[in-house]
Design a protein around this ligand. Structure first.
Ligand SMILES: Cc1cc2nc3c(=O)[nH]c(=O)nc-3n(C[C@H](O)[C@H](O)[C@H](O)COP(=O)(O)OP(=O)(O)OC[C@H]3O[C@@H](n4cnc5c(N)ncnc54)[C@H](O)[C@@H]3O)c2cc1C
Length: 646
């Protein structure tokens, strides 16, 4: 296995982060003012990093493609954020959060990073409370917690079903303070189109102004990507429509490793697909599984009647219901991790027990909780989610159970980073969902917000100084340098190429086909033959795209179709890498379920001897096979076991 320098500090697990903080290099205040940092992204990871670095005294330029940082996809996060405060006194600890996260990720994450995440989790809550984030409180005034999948304790802090929004408002407030002070310059409606590398170090970006279409150049002593996940490669997902892979894909093509692209999270509780013309799926938060019970009819005839609409859920008596998660996993019940719950729902639907017209739905039922707690308590806890469901489906979930089905939700894969969150390109960092760092093959609920804010508020502000301390003598560079000119010319050439195709099919036509291929062959269940087929189909689709896509409008103007085509061109390449990664990984782990590798009970069967590594893919040229590099995962503190939630 290849030797990777993941820069994990030596010493016991519990002391690694403090020893890094004690010994890492720092930049003194006057020198901080001489250093420019570019941050791409204003979601929780990017906004928290930008605010923190500016507060420290660095000059920050921050970019997002939306009209406001507040529209970053993070705003959609509903359920909550984890931390090991142990307020409920139910036995939580930093070690337990670490353990649950490693186990939840099916033993495919780096121990040191995950331990640090658990360690800083409590500080995040303090920081956010200080910002005024209105977390739910108990009668006593203490912050309230609820449970999420894969944990036996309640460690999830929340603000109704709008936790992401409230946290983002907190980070945005801090960011605005720094904008006002002149330490941060914000560029909204600006999309990063490429990174500029000079003498093997990231030194800037080429950005497209989405309002004028102009290309612009920006210099930074370091470049930080916080550009979110790439779940939209599947076309239908719970992600915001704009989420894309382009920033991380462009840097992959400049030499940054792309790690574990096949680890995709399919979330069990989403509103089922209801038609061919749908372009977005809606998540019903995992928090609902605290009180909602998942079931299908025990009798297949009842399922048929439900599908034919001759029977209603409420008319099926208790003894004829199959609470299949409680039956299969009595210890965790409805709170098994997402990958496990999704597969179990799929299994029931594939066996003919699906409850809606398409046969691809199961019930999420609150009748027992409403009876036990009263409607007002359920409304207090999940009111906005119930309202959202009611509006979309036109059925009252207080009266009839919700119908749910798994959908693409989160991508654990992303840019490979070391302990300091630096990619293998010097001075190029990746934070939040766009890196591969902490969730292994399956992310536990409420851990993405924790990771994004940990990276931005508490990790990068230390680690980036370790690099920048050696850059203080580097003067600001001119953006007229040949590297900037060349990068800009390349971007322009790609845009001109796209615009000159003038084909007959819309961007969405191709995107939808890509999504169909990926969902069919690289979705919840994968096998060798299907993956080989997917690779061929994607290659063909890519060729068709490049001769037949139609992009109306102008280059030098606002052009939403051009933006979409630009992003889809990268998705069409990423889709192939995703399938390739899934094909090479001859095991099942977390969100990656290979049908050939399962236990007799249909659970994921890992192969630790051969696949206990991070697959870090290296670009070798267009239409060439990428090179696979392997970072061995060393477990010194946790014993590898088959994941059991029974
Ligand atoms: C519906 C839903 C609910 C969720 N609920 C929860 C939850 O309750 N708890 C939890 O822990 N996790 C949850 N998640 C996951 C979590 O929301 C995300 O993983 C997290 O918010 C990602 O944050 P981020 O800062 O990494 O990226 P994002 O919030 O996606 O931000 C990305 C930023 O990058 C910018 N950007 C991207 N590309 C470019 C480019 N080329 N140029 C310029 N700017 C660019 C965007 O403009 C944006 O500002 C949920 C996810 C979904 C889909």
């Amino acid at each position: 296995m290849q030797k990777f320098n993941s820069k994990v500090p030596k010493g016991p697990l519990t002391e690694k982060w403090s020893s890094f903080k004690d010994s890492g290099k720092l930049v003194n205040p006057p020198n901080k003012r001489k250093l420019d940092i570019i941050i791409i992204g204003t979601g929780l990871a990017g906004a928290s990093a930008a605010a923190s670095l500016a507060e420290l005294g660095f000059n920050v330029k921050v970019f997002c493609y939306q009209d406001s940082p507040r529209r970053a996809h993070s705003i959609a996060a509903q359920g909550g954020i984890n931390a090991a405060k142990n307020y409920p006194n139910d036995g939580d600890s930093i070690y337990r959060l670490f353990y649950d996260t490693i186990k939840g990720g099916d033993y495919r994450a780096r121990e040191s990073n995950v331990y640090r995440l658990a360690e800083v989790s409590n500080t995040i809550i303090d920081q956010c409370v200080a910002q005024g984030v209105p977390f739910a409180r108990e009668y006593s005034g203490l912050l309230e917690n609820r449970s999420f999948g894969g944990a036996q304790v309640s460690r999830t802090f929340y603000a109704r079903g709008q936790t992401g929004q409230q946290l983002l408002l907190g980070a945005y407030g801090s960011l605005c303070r720094q904008i006002k002070l002149g330490n941060v310059k914000l560029y909204h409606r600006h999309e990063m189109a490429d990174v500029v590398i000079i003498d093997n170090k990231a030194r800037g970006v080429i950005v497209r102004n989405l309002v004028t279409g102009e290309l612009e150049r920006y210099f930074g002593h370091a470049v930080v990507l916080a550009t979110g996940g790439y779940g939209n490669v599947f076309y239908l997902s719970t992600n915001a429509m704009g989420c894309n892979t382009s920033a991380i894909w462009k840097v992959y093509k400049k030499g940054a490793y792309f790690a574990n692209p096949c680890y995709t999270q399919i979330h069990p509780t989403c509103i089922p697909v209801h038609g061919d013309y749908q372009s977005k799926l809606t998540l019903m938060s995992e928090s609902l599984r605290n009180d909602g019970r998942i079931w299908v009819p025990a009798d297949i005839e009842d399922a048929k009647k439900l599908r034919a609409k001759t029977l209603k859920a409420v008319d099926i008596p208790e003894e004829k219901r199959d609470y299949f998660l409680e039956r299969r996993y009595p210890t965790y019940g409805n709170l098994v991790p997402r990958d496990v719950a999704s597969r179990a729902s799929k299994e029931r639907c594939d066996a003919g027990f699906g409850v809606n017209e398409t046969g691809l739905a199961v019930f999420l039922d609150f009748s027992e909780a409403i009876e036990r707690l009263g409607k007002n308590v359920i409304e207090e806890r999940y009111g906005n989610l119930f309202q959202m469901y009611h509006k979309i489906v036109d059925e009252d979930p207080y009266k009839n159970p919700m119908m749910i089905y798994p959908a693409v939700h989160y991508t654990m894969g992303g840019l490979w980073v070391d302990y300091e969150l630096m990619t293998n390109i010097q001075g190029l960092y990746a934070l939040g969902e766009c890196n591969f760092s902490d969730h292994g093959a399956n992310r536990l609920g409420a851990s993405a917000l924790m990771q994004g804010l940990a990276d931005g508020y508490f990790v990068l502000p230390y680690t980036i100084q370790n690099y920048l301390a050696d850059e203080i003598k580097v003067p600001r560079m001119s953006t007229d340098l040949p590297e900037f000119v060349e990068a800009e010319n390349n971007v322009r050439a790609q845009i001109v190429k796209l615009m000159s195709i003038k084909g007959s099919r819309t961007v969405d036509y191709f995107h939808k086909l890509l999504g169909t291929i990926l969902w069919e062959y690289v979705g919840m269940a994968r096998n060798e033959k299907g993956l080989e087929k997917a690779i061929e189909l994607i290659k063909k689709l890519r060729e068709e795209f490049w001769v037949d896509v139609m992009i109306p409008g102008e280059i030098n103007a606002m052009n939403v179709e051009l933006e979409k085509a630009w992003r889809l061109a990268d998705f069409l390449e990423l889709g192939e890498l995703l399938a390739r990664d899934a094909l090479h990984r001859n095991e099942s782990c977390g969100g990656h379920f290979r049908e050939e590798y399962q236990t007799e009970e249909g659970e994921a069967l890992r192969n630790d001897d051969d696949f206990r590594y991070v697959a870090a893919w290296e670009y070798t040229g267009d239409n060439k096979e990428p090179k696979l590099n392997k970072e061995e995962l060393i477990f010194e503190n946790i014993e590898l076991k088959q994941r059991v939630y029974k």
